[in-house]
Design a protein. Sequence first.
Length: 291
Amino acid sequence: MRNIILGFGIVFLLASCAKPIANFTYQPLKKPSNVKFENQSKKAETYEWQFGDGNSSTEASPNHTYTSAGTYTVVLNAKKGKKISKIEKKITVEGKEICLVVLETDFGEMEIELFDSTPQHQDNFLKLVEDGFYDGLLFHRVIDGFMIQGGDPNSKNAKKGAALGMGGPGYLIPAEFVDTLVHTKGALAAARTNNPKKESSGSQFYIVHGQPVSGEQLSMEENKKGFRYAPAQREAYKQLGGVPFLDQGYTVFGRVIKGLDVIDKIAKVQKDGRDRPVDDVSMKIRLKKNN
């Protein structure tokens, strides 16, 4: 029995001295910008990924969404105790087809990209647009320095001063929080009620107007919520402003790529005590053809 115990001890010591070996492969998912990383490391206990776009992960085999085409250096550190094995690979992310809609208002048009990385919100929004659901609805809640909100079906032909904001298509959409998508100016996000799963309204949305954002504010949000902003996200907040306290609480599923000045114009209109514009601001949304 003693010999057997010693034998096991020797095997254990030999195994514990083995150095980890880092390795991985990758493949595009449905769209080229969505990449699945297959971890093929050996003898490792923990992992650290750097995706080359300022974002990182500690998952074993993560999925990651790149928001622009290009060549990225992906780094995987495989760790076992104090031993680290590192591997770098360059990957090329091809240009993606961009899903665009045009939101027409009384103050001009906004061109909006709908993100592939939030497929349930994208599909639902496109269906409603194709059905003409939003045509004639109002921006029923407008707060300067915060956001402009619409999508309540009860707002169509609503009487002046009527309370709005409780309507919808009769269903909710599961939250789709993506680490690369934040509430900078122009972000399109789903409104929601205060529900534990943070499920989105089936139709109501808002577009961020926002205010200037400091690095200290972003650091406070990081400490409060336990995540880190990538350098590119910090720079975007510095350049555009936004509302970072909403990050990871409401699903961002698009962004305004043309017509940011239209948000400014709508945000400045006169409102009543419920933040509804005194003079109706209506909308019509259509698909942008020939993308």
